[in-house]
Ligand binder design. Structure first.
Ligand code: ATP
Ligand code: MG
Length: 224
């Protein structure tokens, strides 16, 4: 299974959600891939070298499309979650994403198709340009993280029609308090797959993301 996380202008939480999915998803193999064109920040956060990572993965994907290529270019963290780190420089990130998209077959899809595997792509603040959209479309589901208040939802309403075209299964993960999920779904035409409290404790995040992962796995629609 492949899941993409992103935000739009005015909201935050794409990386928090991607890492939480990588930590709490019930899959036996969990891989988080930084695909944020504004540059990666996990290598700094985890104190890891950015190689192997997105750049080496993109180079390898030109000649090898096996299901283990993604794993070979990942780091393994202590809890078993794997991460594929993007370079800090936006231009190098973009070049890697362009190369990944141009590869003869998708190494991301190949890995995600292995039973018991979840691949999570963190797009950060998404800029819907052709390479990003091509990569986004590979994912089985797109999670747009958005604040649940009128500011966050008003921004989203302006692009909701576009967002619905970005993925075969687009939906929202709402953060903080505000409008009820059924109202959001009715107005925006996007299901609310999950909700995360404002400044969640570790336990709250675990509970929210476990429920979200289950909902995606069972192909359920909007929460109530
Ligand atoms: N549910 C939440 N409630 C309150 N603060 C949050 C929540 N989720 C994330 N944050 C905070 O927002 C900040 C950015 O979070 P995160 O790195 O997940 O966002 P991002 O969308 O990946 O941002 P960027 O565009 O910088 O990559 C962090 O300080 C994080 O603690
Ligand atoms: Mg981020």
């Amino acid at each position: 299974m492949m899941i993409a996380t992103c935000t739009l202008k005015g909201s935050q939480g794409a990386t928090t959600l991607a890492l939480a999915l990588g930590t709490y998803s019930p899959a036996s193999r969990r891989v988080v891939v930084e695909a944020d064109l504004s540059g990666g920040d996990l290598s700094l956060r985890f104190g890891l070298p950015p190689t192997p990572g997105l750049v080496s993965l993109a180079a390898a994907s030109r000649r090898d499309s096996g299901s283990d290529v993604l794993l070979r270019h990942s780091h393994t963290l202590s809890d078993g979650m794997r991460i594929v780190l993007a370079p800090v420089e936006p231009a190098r990130c973009r070049a890697a994403v362009v190369a990944l998209v141009a590869a003869p077959a998708s190494v991301l899809r190949a890995a995600a198709n292995v039973p018991g595997t979840v691949v999570i792509l963190d797009f950060g603040r998404v800029d819907p340009d052709p390479p990003t959209l091509a990569l986004l479309r590979l994912a089985d589901a797109l999670l747009v993280v958005t604040h649940r208040d009128s500011r966050g939802l008003t921004r989203l309403a302006a692009v909701a029609e576009e967002v619905r075209q970005w993925s075969p299964r687009p939906g929202l993960v709402v953060t903080g308090g505000g409008y009820p999920a059924d109202e959001i779904t009715t107005v925006l035409g996007l299901p609310v797959f999950g909700s995360i409290p404002r400044r969640p404790s570790r336990k709250q995040l675990q509970r929210a993301v476990t429920a979200l992962a289950q909902r995606l796995q069972n192909r359920e629609g909007s929460v109530r």
